[in-house]
Design a protein around this ligand. Structure first.
Ligand SMILES: *Cc1c(COP(=O)(O)O)cnc(C)c1O
Length: 385
């Protein structure tokens, strides 16, 4: 089960001071957009890190209903957790973070990645028959087997496969510069992966899935060269290369208290903010423990009543103060921390800019104290199973 389901009862509406509303129709539309760009092959939707903070169980369901072939995870433990919750879709995890990972993955029917020779031998030694995807080092210099070791690696993989110890189901790599305007590095990685796949087939391996592109790489890579793409960021509306994707999450919170302060009074820790004139402050119970980056103080704004109001002073662990000026504001009114930006509110991308980080990190940081509520366009649904 995803963390929010464990930690919050299944209730909807205004009982939570703060909530992240995830529009699953937007996620489905983003996947459809990728389908237009990649009409033929398989789509693996990365639901790692609780689906970039959006909720792995719910995103997994909408991804499979939207035509995905597989769910992608960083860690095997994430895949095992979702499998245990009842999700029976094909799954692939590329970091084996638990002991006995080959046996556990085989028992749960989860594909795992093999990064190198040592890793291959260890996985084969479990005699589990686990389905593996061989990772090729093509330029990222992260995981994967280098071209100079590839011949030995695939020869050994073939022997283990013939003995029933593993099954080679995929061959893959990951781009280092997928969102770069200069595509020369992606082209070089593409060439290296094609060569590695050709050599593997030559050696008798018959990979069912070959995959290189992530969200921003989809439009770069010849769609006929591989038969799967692994999509994360774009599914959640992080549109690094401008292909018409939309954010699915809106984070909002209720005003818990209001107070008037006089011009010149300091607000929050260290009094880094001084009220520029007599003003109304609103207390919002969302802080850096919930994912609002501390580093955004001094720049951050929130959406309120169709406009924007500044966050006054430092972001605390659990709360922020918002300078409402002379706007009428009452306890229970909602502010929007971020959303798609269609009602004047900031976007997660703007928060990332204020904090000097990535939009990805904003979404992934939305913590377990924030209730997730799921809607499908205008139709609302609660997060209970
Ligand atoms: C996260 C991840 C993806 C998804 O990439 P996006 O840029 O988020 O689409 C694909 N492959 C690997 C190995 C990843 O770690």
């Amino acid at each position: 089960m995803s963390s929010h389901e464990v930690q919050t009862p299944s209730v909807s509406g205004d009982v939570y001071a703060a909530e992240a509303v995830v529009d699953l129709a937007v996620i489905a539309a983003n996947i459809s957009r990728f389908r237009e760009l990649y009409p033929e092959g398989h789509i693996c939707v990365a639901v790692k890190a609780n689906a970039f903070g959006h909720g792995a169980a719910e995103v997994a369901r909408v991804a499979m209903a939207s035509g995905a072939s597989m769910l992608g995870f960083a860690r095997l433990s994430e895949a095992l957790a979702l499998r245990a919750s009842g999700q029976d879709a094909p799954m692939f995890a590329w970091l084996n973070d638990v002991a006995d990972h080959a046996a556990l993955a085989a028992a749960a029917d989860i594909d795992i990645s093999v990064s190198g020779l040592e890793n291959l031998r260890e996985i084969a030694a479990a005699h589990s028959g686990v389905a593996v995807h061989l990772e090729v080092e093509t330029g990222l210099n992260r995981g994967g087997t280098s071209p100079e070791d590839w011949a030995e690696f695939i020869a050994e993989a073939r022997r283990f496969e013939a003995a029933g110890q593993i099954r080679v189901r995929g061959i893959w790599s990951h781009l280092s510069h997928a969102s770069d305007a200069d595509i020369s590095r992606s082209r070089a990685q593409d060439q290296r992966l094609r060569a590695a796949i050709a050599a593997a087939r030559e050696a008798g391996l018959t990979p069912e899935f070959t995959h290189l592109a992530n969200s921003s790489g989809v439009a770069l890579i010849d769609p006929t060269a591989y038969n799967m793409v692994r999509l994360g960021a774009g599914v959640y509306g992080i549109d690094e290369v401008g292909i018409g994707l939309n954010p699915a999450m809106t984070l909002s919170a209720r005003v818990m208290q209001t107070k008037r302060v006089q011009a010149g009074e300091g607000v929050s820790y260290g009094h880094t903010y001084r009220a520029p004139r007599d003003t109304t402050l609103a207390l919002i119970a969302v802080g850096y423990a919930d994912g609002l980056p501390w580093a955004a103080h001094g720049r951050a704004e929130v959406g309120f009543a169709g406009g924007r109001r500044p966050v006054a002073g430092r972001i605390s662990m659990d709360q922020i103060m918002v300078d409402m000026g002379d706007l009428p504001v009452a306890v229970g009114d909602r502010v929007t921390l971020f959303g798609p930006g269609t009602h004047g509110e900031p976007t997660a991308a703007e928060w990332a800019g204020w904090a000097g980080t990535l939009e990805h990190e904003i979404y992934c940081g939305i913590g377990s104290r924030i209730n997730r509520r799921y809607i499908f366009s205008q139709e609302e649904s609660t997060s209970d199973e």
